[in-house]
Design a protein around this ligand. Structure first.
Ligand code: ZN
Length: 135
C-alpha cells in the first residue's frame, strides 16, 4: 500500500468515526412556500432545504409566519439544511411552548408528519401541533 492510499484510508476511517455533523437549532419566522425562508430576529433571511416530506411541511400555508424552529446544519451563510422528516426536526413556538408539527386524521386516528391526504380515508389531514407525540 502506498503512503497516499494509507492516508486516504485513514481520513475515511476518521470521517466514519466522527459520524454526521451535530445538528444545530435555527429559529425565526417561517415564510412558507416552495422555496421556504426562515426570517431571523436580526433580519437575515435563510433559505431552508430538506427532503420532500419536510419541504411539504415548510410549504404548508397554515404555518405561515409562525415562530418556527428547525434542526439541521448550515450549508452556506444563507442556506440551512433541515434534518430529514424521520428525525422530527420541525417545531412551532406558541404560548411559551415548543410544539412538534404533526398532522392528524380525526376519522382514522392516524398521525403523520407531513401534510396531505390520510393514507386510509383520503381526508386532508389537520395540522396538529403537539407538546409530545404521546396521546
Ligand atoms: Zn383517515
Amino acid at each position: 500500500m502506498t503512503r497516499r492510499i494509507l492516508f486516504a484510508a485513514l481520513m475515511l476511517a476518521a470521517a466514519l468515526l466522527a459520524g454526521p455533523p451535530q445538528s444545530v437549532s435555527l429559529r425565526g419566522r417561517l415564510e412558507t412556500g416552495e422555496k421556504p425562508v426562515l426570517r431571523l430576529d436580526d433580519g437575515r433571511r435563510v433559505h431552508l432545504e430538506s427532503d420532500a416530506p419536510t419541504m411539504a411541511v415548510l410549504a404548508d400555508q397554515r404555518l405561515k409566519d409562525t415562530d418556527f424552529e428547525v434542526l439541521g446544519h448550515w450549508e452556506a451563510p444563507d442556506r440551512f439544511a433541515v434534518d430529514h422528516i424521520h428525525t422530527r426536526s420541525l417545531f412551532v413556538h406558541k404560548n411559551g411552548k415548543r410544539l412538534m408539527v404533526t398532522y392528524w386524521c380525526d376519522v382514522c386516528y392516524i398521525r403523520t408528519y407531513s401534510p396531505g391526504k390520510c393514507v386510509c380515508c383520503q381526508k386532508y389531514t389537520d395540522l396538529d401541533l403537539r407538546e409530545s407525540i404521546e396521546q
